[in-house]
Ligand binder design. Structure first.
Ligand code: HEM
Length: 419
């Protein structure tokens, strides 16, 4: 048995909040180790990094998710009794419900909806002096998400609902007011969606049968029981909220394009392969999910290190996407690295690793990639704009992060069609 290198101090929660995305990398450097013992949120925690570490983390024989998310995260970002905290048969059954939404036809539909929503913005943007892309992206994604999911959204309520989803996402690493705002947003959104679930069940509202609103309202769990209205609402929000989160990646995509103008011809060409590489590199390079947690199911040894049943283990998500043993020049933005990329599902983990069906890997990865492609296609081939002087830097401490100016664009014009 080897001893896990241990960080000193009673509790490092404040250090985590002070170092943000770099917390685990800093500990790794400090201890010269990819496995480190520390204390977070008052409990013994093991931090792990690397491809093999990700493989271990996603091995269900060793880890479970029930009880991982702290109360403040469930009250704001995730909701209670949702798929993120389920294990085994119950998880697989619930996960299939999400994955059943991701058919090629339904993906094509959300892509179409989102492009239309972007195009509708053009007249208004042309009249404006400056447009905050982050706000507009969340607005577009909120409209698209609701339309696709079968959730009615009145024009007058778009701004409020988009802000609520945005506030839930923004609450992740926030303490105090940011967390309270996330909780209020969740309470309000859950009430709204629960009312809709009740109307659907009473057949007063009839969304198409292939929508999340319908499927989740009538879903039966692994024991054949209908979800209670609250859980159904939590799971519908687990589709709507992360689609709004794609707005953040759209802003990072626009930033990448701005900082690396050499990528523009590739995007202009409307070449799917290049756009896909660009999108993958955006998801690898820019910080979004910092880490993920799981709990050891039993006592075991890994590489000679002891893990005790009940210990919280955190996977270095952001760090893995930037490891020099997995990525050549990891801190350079190079879409070409994804040309014929044959990497492992445990090396590229912006939305989790492993298998979508068997584990907890993000159910919305296909939607994310597709809507990023669609949004970049819109920004490069449907409009022209200028990027005025502004503070485009983003914090590596704030979780989640976003460019300080939230990406302002100006002089928007509709692009003339060729041919
Ligand atoms: C899970 C990130 C978009 C639905 C996750 C996980 C991450 C993640 C890190 C956790 C993986 C794990 O626990 O091992 C993101 C990011 C997104 C995004 C960064 C885009 C900005 C989406 C979209 C949807 C979605 C568009 C749905 C339409 C889900 C669901 C889970 C999940 C349902 C829970 C899966 C489970 O516990 O089995 N996502 N996601 N996500 N995501 Fe996403």
């Amino acid at each position: 048995t080897k001893q896990i290198p241990k960080e000193k101090g009673l509790d490092q929660t404040l250090t985590l909040l002070n170092e943000g995305y770099q917390y685990i990398s800093n500990r790794r450097r400090h201890q010269q180790s990819d496995i480190i013992q520390t204390r977070l949120l008052g409990q013994k925690t093991i931090l792990i990094s690397g491809e093999e570490a990700a493989q271990l983390f996603y091995d269900e024989r060793y880890f479970k998710r029930k009880g991982v998310a702290p109360r403040r995260i469930k009250k704001s970002l995730f909701g209670e009794h949702g798929v993120q905290g389920l294990d085994d048969a119950e998880h697989k059954h619930r996960k299939l419900m999400f994955l059943s939404l991701m058919t090629p036809e339904r993906l094509e539909e959300i892509k179409k909806i989102t492009m239309e929503q972007w195009k509708k913005k053009i007249p208004e943007w042309k009249r404006k002096d400056g447009v905050v892309l982050f706000d507009e992206a969340e607005d577009v994604m909120c409209r698209s998400a609701c339309a696709w999911a079968g959730i009615p959204l009145r024009k007058e309520e778009v701004a409020q609902r988009a802000r609520e989803f945005g506030d839930m996402i923004d609450a992740f690493g926030g303490v105090g007011e940011r967390n309270r705002r996330g909780k209020r947003a969740r309470d309000s959104a859950e009430q709204w969606i629960q009312t809709i679930v009740k109307q659907i069940r009473a057949k007063k509202l009839n969304p198409p049968e292939n929508t999340a609103a319908y499927i989740m309202s009538f879903h039966r769990d692994h024991k054949g029981k209908r979800l209670d209205t609250h859980t159904a609402a939590v799971e519908i929000i687990n589709v709507l909220r992360p689609i709004v989160a794609i707005g953040r990646y759209v802003v990072f995509g626009a930033l990448a394009l701005h900082d690396h103008p050499e990528t523009l011809p590739g995007l202009h060409a409307g070449d799917d392969t290049y756009t896909t590489m660009f999108v993958q590199e955006t998801r690898r390079y820019y910080p979004f999910t910092p880490l993920l947690g799981a709990i050891a199911r039993k006592d075991f040894h890994w590489k000679g290190y002891p893990f005790k049943k009940g210990t919280l283990v955190m996977l270095d998500v952001h760090g893995i996407n930037h490891r020099p043993d997995l990525w050549d020049a990891p801190d350079a933005f190079k879409p070409e690295r994804f040309k014929d990329w044959k990497g492992s599902p445990f090396a590229f983990v912006p939305q989790g690793g492993g298998d979508h069906y068997m584990g907890h890997r993000c159910a919305g990865e296909w939607i994310t990639v597709m809507l990023m492609q669609t949004s970049l296609e819109f920004l490069t081939n449907h409009i022209t704009y200028t990027v005025p002087d502004q503070d485009l830097s983003y914090s590596m401490v704030r979780m989640p992060t976003i460019p300080k100016s939230r990406f302002v664009i100006r002089d928007v014009e509709e692009k003339m069609k060729h041919g």
